[in-house]
Design a protein around this ligand. Structure first.
Ligand code: THU
Length: 134
């Protein structure tokens, strides 16, 4: 997973921040799905590495995240942004481990999704079978 995150990071499109990020997710079928950040000249349209990896996982047909690795820049752990924490919560339990590594693959921090996003609103809080729209 660390190798996949580092390889994805190499593909990042980050000409504005110069902060390249790669993410790798392990799904319930044992497949590793990767993503990189893709920035945009219209800055708010940029997307995070984790968001790309979640989209790749869903497209593949998987629906559960068992573990995540995020590879960032610099010496500080690249902790997922708030929006990406919520995106991962959709498909992961609070106990799911998130490992943050540096650009050489050294693990800087390991924590659970629940630690990153306590008291999260998740799919379990919605009715199992929603009624008709409206
Ligand atoms: N970024 C990610 O892709 N993932 C993170 O966990 C944090 C930040 C990206 C967004 C943007 O392209 C760049 O890093 C700087 O914020």
């Amino acid at each position: 997973m660390i190798e996949a995150a580092l390889a994805a990071r190499e593909r990042a499109h980050a000409p504005y921040s110069r902060f390249r990020v790669g993410a790798a997710l392990l799904c319930e079928r044992g497949i590793v799905h990767a993503g990189c950040n893709v920035e945009n000249a219209a800055y708010p349209e940029g997307t995070c590495a984790e968001a790309g990896a979640v989209a790749a996982m869903v497209l593949s047909g998987s629906r559960r995240i068992r573990a995540v690795v995020v590879a960032g820049d610099g010496g500080a752990p690249c902790t997922p942004c708030g929006g990406c924490r919520q995106k991962m919560r959709e498909f992961a339990d609070p106990a799911m481990p998130v490992r943050m590594v540096d650009a050489s693959g050294t693990v800087l921090l390991v924590c659970s999704l629940g630690e990153l996003l306590p008291h999260a609103f998740g799919p379990d809080l919605l009715p199992a079978e929603p009624g008709p729209p409206g």
